[in-house]
Design a protein around this ligand. Structure first.
Ligand code: NI
Length: 181
């Protein structure tokens, strides 16, 4: 399953609202999920959404093994999440660094809900639901924004924190350096 080209900010296809998946366990859906994993791995990301490879369907994948990189981030299980719904569990918001494979090289501080419940389906159409917090919750919110055509800079409160990763002094800002998603 090949790595696919990742659309970058400015491409109008990233601004589309994606359609729900209606046919699960379909060969084309399985192929899409495989391409998403391969593209994410090739780019060193920890999450990717179908619109980022030009497919306007509500499909995201994310997660990494505990033994892998990112020792500063709590582990997030490898997950295929289709037709997701997100519900904040309370009103607490937290600031954290985000990066995006569609905005390569940049990082910015984005407020997100600290605790959420999300539900959706796997590629076989099996429903599941989780309550998560912190980095896991941030990744899900970031990926699901892609399904509505939203990129993280649109969520930033202070664009002064947007910068190239190599130029940012992360020790002087709150939060941890997150991988691109
Ligand atoms: Ni992204």
């Amino acid at each position: 399953m090949p790595e696919r080209r990742v659309l970058r900010m400015g491409d109008p296809d990233l601004r589309r609202v994606s359609e729900p998946v209606e046919r699960f366990a379909d060969p084309s859906l399985i192929e899409l999920v495989g391409d998403l994993w391969d593209t994410m791995a090739a780019r060193g990301g920890v999450g990717i959404a179908a619109p980022q490879i030009g497919v306007a369907l509500r499909v995201v994948v994310f997660g990494f093994d505990e033994s892998e990189r990112y020792p500063q981030a709590a582990p997030v299980p490898r997950t295929v999440l289709i037709n997701p719904e997100i519900e904040p569990l309370d009103s607490e918001m937290v600031d954290g660094w985000e990066g995006c494979l569609s905005v390569p090289g940049l990082r910015g501080i984005v407020p997100r809900h600290r605790r959420i419940r999300y539900r959706g389906f796997d590629a076989q159409g099996r429903p599941f639901e989780r309550q998560v917090e912190d980095f896991h919750a941030r990744v899900v919110q970031h990926e699901c924004d892609h399904l509505d055509g939203v990129l993280y800079p649109q969520r930033m409160r202070d664009l002064a924190t947007l910068g190239f990763e190599e130029e940012i002094d992360f020790t002087r800002c709150p939060g941890e350096v997150a991988p691109e998603v």
